[in-house]
Design a binder for this molecule. Structure first.
Ligand code: GN1
Ligand code: MG
Length: 384
């Protein structure tokens, strides 16, 4: 049995399999289609893995993904960014970082000469190579995975650091604008379109008490104290492929939100998803914890690859960023619950509420450990 820590992959029924085959047919990939599976861990796009038998008998796997156009209002801008980022990373890995010879993400050309094709019912589909010999994890199993994932996201930030900013479009404006996220939650709660706000009064209250936190990084960005950089912006632990034998991080995936931002959001979101032993939607809140050994491994891995470019002001907010981003994602899940589940995919009733509660519990856990976390960051930073 696949342990719960690994992201689930599901068999699909014959009709869906046929649809996957016909989308795959439109991309320049070799061989005969054998089967399709659904990769279920993302909350936004629809993602499938297709297995093909090549002409000389070997099997090759590909990732087919439909961009969610409700979330990404301009899918072409997403594709332009992804093309630019994958090309740049491929160049840099080969010509600058000569040591990183591992697997990288590549788009396959499609019928019509673009890196995307239109689906039968509309929609924009693209095809990536499958990073082989790897898994993604929804829950970190050991400190090596945490260290490796953090080091990989630091390297990723380094790889994209010299992309021309004018080439990168803002695919979702104000993505990590925590003040706007906060305000939007309060507006939605006041409008209460589905009659759900009354039952989440305690959660709303919890968030109101932390209102001052939402401006801290934004103010630093506005004053220039915190540099704006090109960042990943969706650094969940399951967005890094980890070698199933060595636990080495091989490749960062999910490039749709690569945009100008702050490295703090990237580090914070990784800590949100890598420190707790509980799933993002765990209902038993007693399982939600901030595991210090995991946090420490993240700090060590991240500083290993990012210390060259990080500034003092960024490092001083690393621990706080874990609280901030967890609060932000809690706000977003709660907003979506009150609005009637219009943004994140759900798989059961009150799924977004469960996710929001898990985040808020983690915020509390992080708060109780924050001095310890800050002390550890300072120690590693000074000792480097
Ligand atoms: C979404 O697609 P996925 O699952 O990697 C979301 C992130 C959230 C995350 C919460 C474009 O990411 O911002 O942090 O869910 N992506 C978008 O799990 O909104
Ligand atoms: Mg993802």
């Amino acid at each position: 049995m696949v342990p719960a820590s690994k992201s689930p992959v599901r068999h699909v029924d014959p009709e869906v399999s046929k649809a996957i085959a016909s989308i795959a047919d439109q991309f320049a990939i070799e061989g005969e289609y054998l089967q399709g599976e659904e990769i279920q861990s993302g909350h936004i796009n629809a993602t499938y893995r297709a297995t093909f038998e090549g002409v000389n008998g070997g099997q090759h796997r590909y990732i087919l993904q439909r961009i969610n156009e409700k979330v990404f209002k301009d899918p072409m801008a997403v594709m332009r960014n992804v093309e630019c980022v994958t090309r740049h990373i491929n160049w840099k890995v080969l010509r600058v970082k000569k040591d990183l010879g591992g697997q990288t993400l590549n788009l396959y050309p499609g019928r019509g000469g673009k890196f995307w094709v239109a689906g039968p019912n509309g929609g924009v589909w693209r095809c990536y190579n499958c990073i082989e010999g790897c898994h993604t994890y929804d829950i970190v199993e050991n400190t090596r995975q945490a260290y490796q994932a953090a080091r990989a996201f630091g390297s990723f930030q380094d790889l994209v650091s010299d992309l021309p900013p004018e080439e990168i479009e803002e695919t979702i404006p104000h993505f990590h604008d925590t003040r706007r996220r906060y305000q939007r939650l309060m507006e939605v709660a006041a409008a209460d379109p589905c009659g759900r706000a009354g039952s989440v009064a305690a959660e709303l209250d919890f968030i109101r008490k932390r209102e001052a936190d939402v401006d801290r990084v934004l103010q630093g960005l506005a004053s220039g104290e915190i540099p704006q950089r090109i960042t990943h912006n969706d650094t969940k632990i399951n967005n890094v492929m980890i070698d199933e034998e060595t636990d080495e991080a091989v490749c960062v995936i999910d490039l749709d939100t690569v945009m100008p931002g702050s490295v703090l959001y990237d580090f914070g979101d990784l800590a949100r998803t890598a420190t707790s032993p509980a799933a993002e939607d765990e209902r038993d809140l007693s399982k939600v914890q901030m595991r210090m050994p995991m946090f420490e491994a993240l700090v060590e891995g991240y500083l290993e690859s990012a210390q060259e470019f990080l500034t003092e002001s960024e490092v001083s907010l690393l621990a706080f960023s874990c609280k901030l981003i967890t609060l932000e994602i809690g706000i977003r899940f709660l907003t979506d619950h009150i609005e009637g589940d219009v943004y994140f995919k759900i798989h059961r009733p009150d799924h977004n509420l469960d996710r929001a509660r898990t985040q808020l519990k983690l915020v509390e856990e992080i708060e109780s450990r924050l001095p310890e976390m800050e002390k550890f960051v300072r120690k590693v930073w000074k000792g480097r």
